[in-house]
Design a binder for this molecule. Structure first.
Ligand SMILES: Cc1cc2nc3c(=O)[nH]c(=O)nc-3n(C[C@H](O)[C@H](O)[C@H](O)COP(=O)(O)OP(=O)(O)OC[C@H]3O[C@@H](n4cnc5c(N)ncnc54)[C@H](O)[C@@H]3O)c2cc1C
Length: 233
């Protein structure tokens, strides 16, 4: 039996945030055929492959928000992201989460350092704007130094006997965390609608877009429904 450290991306993953983060598809339960079987469960017949009629039914279910059959297809992802993105992600209550604990581990502490910074939007306090004249390289270096100083203080507190559960309070929001998230297709589509949107923060959009890439081979006919509506998958 081999043991793999969870901070390592799984085989099927997509890198995000300039390679500093990633999201991987660990596993999935069910297929598009599971969805149409669930929709027709009252007929007591099971199919293993999708016919044209099944694709039409699948599209009908999505179009008419007949969502419960979609809940029978379930995905598990492994996500490596900054703490501030984890905070946004965990607002999605229909996911189940488990995370590597800072109370048990002290290896592989990593911090996200953005390659470039965006300006604060003037009209919307939740938004940012890209501006080519914004020279952020010196500030990015300051962020990197700040991350390192936090790590030094954390290690120094541990060396002086402070418990991990209190010492971790000095680690910044840029700290990378790794967690598993499991969600059914219906709630995943809801997540993607909210987080692969221009209203969402750029960083979480990168994760949502990576998830779309990872699940596309599992749900080609669901994807074709959204693409026919003009949505980018
Ligand atoms: C662009 C953006 C900005 C945001 N800004 C903020 C912010 O400033 N502050 C802030 O606090 N949050 C903010 N949020 C988080 C937001 O309020 C939601 O908590 C988050 O998007 C999860 O959405 P959800 O509840 O629909 O998803 P889930 O929790 O996955 O729930 C999915 C659906 O299940 C149903 N559901 C789940 N739980 C319940 C329940 N207890 N009762 C009834 N129905 C339920 C609802 O229909 C819900 O839509 C923001 C989100 C986005 C996308």
């Amino acid at each position: 039996m081999t043991t793999q450290h969870l901070n390592v991306p799984p085989a099927n993953h997509v890198k995000v945030l300039d390679g500093q983060g990633w999201v991987g598809l660990i596993d999935h339960l069910g297929s598009e055929a599971t969805i149409v079987n669930a929709a027709r469960v009252s007929f007591g017949k099971l199919k293993t492959e999708m016919s044209d009629k099944d694709v039409k039914l699948l599209h009908y279910l999505i179009e008419n928000k007949h969502t419960s059959p979609l809940e029978h297809l379930v995905f598990t992802f492994s996500i490596h992201c900054p703490l501030f993105i984890r905070g946004q992600w965990h607002r999605h209550r229909t996911w189940s989460y488990n995370e590597i604990s800072r109370r048990y581990t002290e290896i592989d502490l990593e911090f996200y350092t953005p390659n470039g910074l965006r300006r604060q939007a003037e009209t919307n306090r939740q938004a940012s704007v890209d501006s080519p004249d914004f020279d952020s390289s010196a500030m990015t270096e300051e962020i990197r130094q700040h991350n390192l100083k936090s790590l030094e203080l954390y290690n120094s507190l541990l060396e002086r006997g402070v418990c991990r559960e209190q010492a971790r309070g000095v680690l910044p929001q840029n700290m990378m965390v790794t967690f598993w998230g499991t969600v059914d297709l219906n709630n995943l589509l809801h997540f993607l609608e909210l987080r692969d949107s221009e209203h969402a923060q750029w960083e979480i959009r990168q994760y949502a877009s990576a998830i779309k890439q990872l699940i596309k081979p599992v749900i080609p006919n669901v994807v074709s429904y959204f693409e026919a509506k003009g949505q980018v998958w």
